[in-house]
Design a protein around this ligand. Structure first.
Ligand code: HEM
Length: 211
């Protein structure tokens, strides 16, 4: 509120600042919370991957992220299966033809990472939780061409780099501290600004005892 816009010289009004903070809460907090909740759910169903994460070293330093490859692969696989922003809307700036369908200028297009990330013609075993896929040829190609959890283009997520650091770090810390099991009910994904469980995501956490 004290730094003038370099082009216009304008300062943020209190209302604009409240909007900015609200956007960052939703965009930066709800999304990461959604991804972490689904990641824990997937790990509750995959004791093997959970043990692999728990066996990775404790990492506090951003530059040591390479020491926790399993946490990174699981976080990425979670963004594929349960993209927190499961759909976005874009408006065409000119007439387009998409697979023989015409979209006039000004049409609203719904882009759905949920569908793209589970596309049977693109991904091998699209519905399977397989964090090892990112090391395969198909996984690498699809990561480049069919993986858009942060959208793309000029209005893509500016927090993507940060999210891919904090996500694996927090996931790693949680799984090192707690054994995660499924709770009472199976979560039903619903899109409410971010992708959530209809009645939450029920999990049971037990502290891990370390020597
Ligand atoms: C796993 C975590 C995250 C996911 C999946 C995610 C995903 C997205 C997506 C898909 C968009 C584009 C939405 C649209 O155009 O309709 C977006 C925008 C945005 N994200 Fe993220 N995001 C995440 C974390 C973060 C973090 C940590 C921050 C900030 C530190 C952040 C800040 C923003 C902001 C400010 C926008 C609006 C950008 C604009 O409209 O120009 N996001 N995010």
């Amino acid at each position: 509120m004290t730094t003038p816009d370099p082009e216009t010289g304008a300062l943020f009004t209190p209302t604009e600042m409240v909007d900015e903070v609200a956007t960052f809460f939703l965009a930066g907090h709800e999304t990461s919370a959604s991804a972490l909740a689904w990641a824990l759910y997937l790990l509750a169903r995959s004791p093997e991957w959970q043990d692999r994460l728990a066996a990775e070293p404790e990492v506090r330093d951003f530059s040591r992220l390479r020491d926790i490859p399993a946490a990174r692969a699981v976080f990425r696989e979670t963004l594929r299966l349960y993209p927190p922003v499961a759909m976005t809307v874009r408006t065409t700036t000119r007439p387009e033809t998409l697979r023989d369908r015409k979209a006039p200028k000004g049409a609203q297009l719904v882009l759905s990472p949920w569908h793209l990330h589970r596309h049977e013609r693109l991904w091998e075993q699209p519905d399977a939780f397989d964090p090892a896929r990112w090391e395969t040829e198909n996984g690498k190609t699809c990561q480049r061409e069919a993986f858009t959890p942060f959208s793309a283009g000029p209005r893509a997520c500016p927090g993507a780099g940060f999210a891919m650091i904090e996500g694996p770090l927090i996931l790693s810390a949680l799984v090192r501290a707690y054994r995660i099991e499924q709770g009472t009910a199976e979560p039903v994904p619903v899109m409410r600004l971010t992708l959530r469980g209809k009645d939450g995501i029920s999990l049971r956490l037990t502290p891990r005892i370390r020597a």
